[in-house]
Design a binder for this molecule. Structure first.
Ligand code: AMP
Ligand code: FE
Ligand code: FE
Ligand code: ZN
Length: 290
């Protein structure tokens, strides 16, 4: 099978963010950083948008890496924020394009509401957030965090998320996001492979009930991102059991955000076998090869 050839060999990191969402670096710089950390197969997975693919793909191929186009689609199950990674789908698929536009649009209004609310207690205005955002970016709380840093209110993103941006502080607002079933179905309809990102983080976004995860599997879910620094050890064991029972794809990734998070490219990786399965399954777009 061609995808098992040596050019796919080497560490694969399938979850990286650029400044087209809440990473701090351009797509090309993200690929250079991944390469510098030993990654040889990389996916760009910005939140709810695909505009970074061309730049990242060209940079990766120049560096002799394999590039997989991807996205981290925002979804929601009851009160839980659920992130669904989509790989190798058609970026022009109408349903998926419409859904991402709706999410991104609502994210802007939601960020404005959060900032207005914070602005009653701190010296923060919407312009401060705009100043931290590239025109291409999917706006999120990390940009509000950057504005709080620029204003000298907190030291870094971590302090912002542990403090002012934490829901307990009362400034939090949700944004529109589709149900995970819809998210998975859209990625499949667009010819992609759907993988639940960091399914078992500690704290607020606890794992979806197993019965619901089984509904996602019935709908064609491809697998889980298991090796991720925010997944709990208990959760990883549960996920490995479910994945084995259903012969699902399991991935490991860094969720690199540039300087926005401590996560480094290649800190978790996906096996060549799993990369091959992922590529074999997808019909919406193809990997970019060196
Ligand atoms: P939002 O989707 O706007 O609610 O923001 C959530 C995003 O914030 C996630 O995708 C993470 O990338 C980022 N994030 C969450 N917690 C932290 C943290 N402690 N430090 C830096 N970034 C974080
Ligand atoms: Fe993020
Ligand atoms: Fe995520
Ligand atoms: Zn992510």
């Amino acid at each position: 099978m061609a995808v098992r050839s040596s050019r796919f060999a080497g560490p694969a990191d399938l979850h990286l963010h650029s400044n087209h969402s809440d990473g701090t670096e351009s797509p090309a710089t993200v690929m250079r950083q991944a390469h510098a950390h030993g990654v040889r197969t990389a996916a760009l997975t910005d939140h709810d948008r695909t505009t970074g693919w061309d730049e990242a793909g060209a940079a990766a191929v120049d560096l002799g890496m394999t590039f997989l186009p991807g996205m981290e689609l925002s979804a929601k199950h009851e009160w839980r924020s659920v992130h669904v990674l989509g790989y190798l789908f058609d970026p022009a698929h109408e349903g998926l394009v419409a859904e991402t536009e709706r999410i991104r649009g609502d994210r802007i209004g939601r960020a404005e509401r959060i900032v207005r609310s914070i602005g009653r207690d701190y010296d923060l205005r919407w312009e401060d957030v705009v100043a931290q955002t590239t025109p291409d970016a999917t706006v999120g709380r990390p940009h509000i965090a950057d504005a709080l840093v620029a204003r000298g209110i907190v030291r870094d993103r971590t302090e912002a998320f542990d403090g002012i941006l934490h829901p307990r502080e009362g400034y939090y607002e949700p944004h529109y996001a589709p149900d995970p079933l819809t998210a998975v179905r859209l990625i499949l309809e667009a010819g992609g492979v759907a993988i639940i990102a960091h399914p078992v983080t500690a704290g607020r976004d606890r794992m979806m009930p197993v019965a619901f995860i089984e509904r996602l599997i019935d709908a064609g879910l491809g697998g889980f991102e298991i090796d991720h620094r925010e997944n709990t050890e208990d959760g990883k064991r549960t996920l490995r059991r479910i994945a084995a029972a259903h012969d699902l794809i399991v991935t490991g990734s860094s969720d690199y955000h540039g300087t926005g998070k401590p996560n480094l490219p290649g800190e978790n990786t996906t096996s060549d076998d799993m990369v091959a399965r992922l590529i074999d399954r997808a019909t919406g777009s193809t990997p970019r090869l060196p």
